[in-house]
Design a protein around this ligand. Structure first.
Ligand code: NAI
Length: 212
């Protein structure tokens, strides 16, 4: 059962952005902000912000605005950023390694506990606090450590079969970079398909409006 039933996915999708802005404010030692200031900063209307945050009971106070620390804590709780879900990464090529090395999993609700590849030359290579393991050991690893989430950085054609195996091993969520659209295949499995190219194509449209 969803914890915040009835809250639209588009509101949930906006929460990380609120979180990011509030985190910046907190780093600058700002502890209180009016809804007007926050809305200007984020290029939203004050009523949009109120509507979004009211879905969770609303955290603002009339005449006071928002308490940055409290709101940051609340949004962090809603997103579950303290959960430290166990995540594994499959495919330690260019993209997989960049993600494994540079993503701050701990601040985003996750704990990277394993990296896997099928290429013999990569196995045993250290990456951060881990070493790359043979993908043949995936089943045993999952039985022993019960990761909940998998990051797929493998080619598209490898994705469907591997994802099926991972679901059988108990994986409940995918951060999927493989360009294979996993969302269609499963119920009760969380899937975030990431296509950096979508953002690039959007930029292409926007820049063509400026240049032409
Ligand atoms: P890469 O060829 O450098 O790395 C792929 C790695 O996956 C290799 O190390 C390979 O040995 C491993 N691999 C392949 N099949 C496997 C399997 N069944 N089990 C375990 N490991 C396996 O490729 P790169 O550049 O890292 O890209 C990976 C994929 O991500 C590509 O398919 C690419 O199209 C896609 N991609 C997606 C982006 C996105 O925005 N979603 C952005 C960039 C790349």
């Amino acid at each position: 059962v969803a914890r915040y039933e009835g809250v639209s996915p588009s509101v949930i999708r906006r929460l990380p952005r609120y979180y990011r802005f509030l985190e910046d404010l907190q780093k600058k030692d700002v502890h209180r902000i009016s809804s007007r200031e926050l809305s200007q900063l984020m290029n939203l209307t004050a009523s949009q912000i109120r509507q979004d945050l009211n879905c969770f009971g609303g955290f603002g106070q009339q005449g006071y605005g928002y308490n940055v620390d409290a709101l940051l804590g609340e949004i962090g709780n809603i997103l579950g950023l303290h959960k430290g879900y166990k995540v594994i990464l499959i495919g330690a090529g260019n993209l997989g390694l960049a993600i494994a090395k540079h993503m701050s999993f701990e601040t985003k609700g996750f704990n990277l506990i394993g990296i896997f590849d099928k290429q013999k030359e990569l196995i045993g290579m250290p990456v951060r606090h881990l070493v790359i393991s043979d993908v043949n050991r995936l089943e045993n690893f999952c039985k022993t450590f019960s990761p909940q989430v998998a990051i797929l950085c493998i080619p598209r054609e490898e994705a469907p079969e591997l994802a099926d195996r991972l679901v059988n091993y108990g994986i409940k969520g995918f951060w999927n970079f493989s360009h294979y659209d996993l969302a269609m295949d499963y119920q009760d499995i969380a899937v975030e398909n990431v296509h950096l190219g979508d953002s690039l194509m959007t930029l292409c449209y926007e820049i063509s409006e400026i240049l032409e």
